[in-house]
Design a protein around this ligand. Structure first.
Ligand SMILES: [Zn+2]
Ligand SMILES: [Zn+2]
Length: 282
């Protein structure tokens, strides 16, 4: 859980401060050198802090947030999944029986891995422990899963890989109800989505979806009741015609929340809806 401490307020020791009078050429040079020294130290700190957020091992230049070992070893990172709902599947690229029986409103789901250690702990630390620094590496990893670099097949993106999103396409996040947002101070999915959008060069639109009212926690309901619980809880706004909307969420369980979001987006004219999820429960 290493990271650069944004609140680092260390100052230079008094002995190293320039003693020449302010305003002279020497003082200006000293100020410049001091600023340069602080900048260099910041760069060095940033470089030294490049460790994997799951195992704390140092990252090599090609790695980002997660080391290659952790990223490929996340449970479920490379298993076959239903292309629609990302449930684990025997036959990849075929919709699972559940999606065949009752097709959800979304078209596709891309997940990073299973909701299992160590990813579950990272998400809990982000959501309830205020470890917001975890959102950026998670979001960037999600971006790479959605739009792999050319020539790199994404095991996490069943079905045809997305080479890139169109300029008209937007990333957004599952919204929190206003009271929940006020309590927590941030929407973890939105912070992740912003980083994912940066990774794929797409636009992040935080206000596409809004939650119109509080609903009983999904976890308190049977799977069969979860869709009904969320009926008309979400509303979409903006001109969504001819746009693919990518909806980011931290955890997907029954898919009922993402189904309700996709329903609102499609009602508002969205052409296609893709879920982009950090962790999928099994
Ligand atoms: Zn690692
Ligand atoms: Zn499915």
């Amino acid at each position: 859980m290493n990271g650069i401490d944004a609140n680092d307020t260390r100052t230079e020791p008094a002995a190293s401060r320039p003693s020449v009078a302010a305003g002279t050429r020497g003082a200006r040079t000293a100020r410049f050198l001091r600023a340069a020294r602080i900048a260099c130290r910041g760069l060095a700190d940033a470089w030294l802090a490049r460790t994997c957020f799951l195992c704390d091992q140092a990252l090599v230049a090609s790695e980002d947030g997660l080391c290659a070992h952790c990223e490929s070893d996340l449970p479920g990172a490379r298993c076959a999944r239903c292309p629609v709902c990302a449930a684990r599947a025997e036959a990849p690229r075929q919709p699972c029986a559940g999606c065949e029986r009752a097709a959800p409103a979304y078209d596709r789901t891309v997940v990073l891995a299973d909701y299992a250690p160590p990813l579950d702990r990272a998400l809990l630390a982000l959501k309830f422990g205020g470890e917001i620094a975890l959102a950026a590496p998670l979001g960037r990893a999600l971006g790479r899963a959605l739009c792999p670099a050319p020539g790199i097949a994404s095991a996490r993106a069943p079905g045809p890989a997305l080479a890139a999103l169109e300029p008209a396409d937007w990333l957004t996040a599952v919204p929190l109800a206003p009271r929940r947002l006020a309590e927590r101070g941030f929407n973890q999915s939105a912070v992740i989505a912003r980083a994912a959008a940066g990774e794929v060069g797409a636009r992040f639109e935080s206000r596409v979806l809004r939650k119109t009212r509080e609903s009983p926690p999904q976890s308190s309901l049977a799977l069969a009741d979860r869709r009904a619980n969320l009926e008309s809880v979400f509303a979409a706004r903006g001109d969504l015609r001819n746009r693919t909307i990518v909806v980011v969420d931290d955890v997907m369980t029954s898919g009922a929340t993402l189904h309700a979001c996709a329903l609102a987006l499609k009602t508002a004219g969205a052409q296609a809806v893709i879920n982009l999820v950090v962790a999928r429960t099994r």
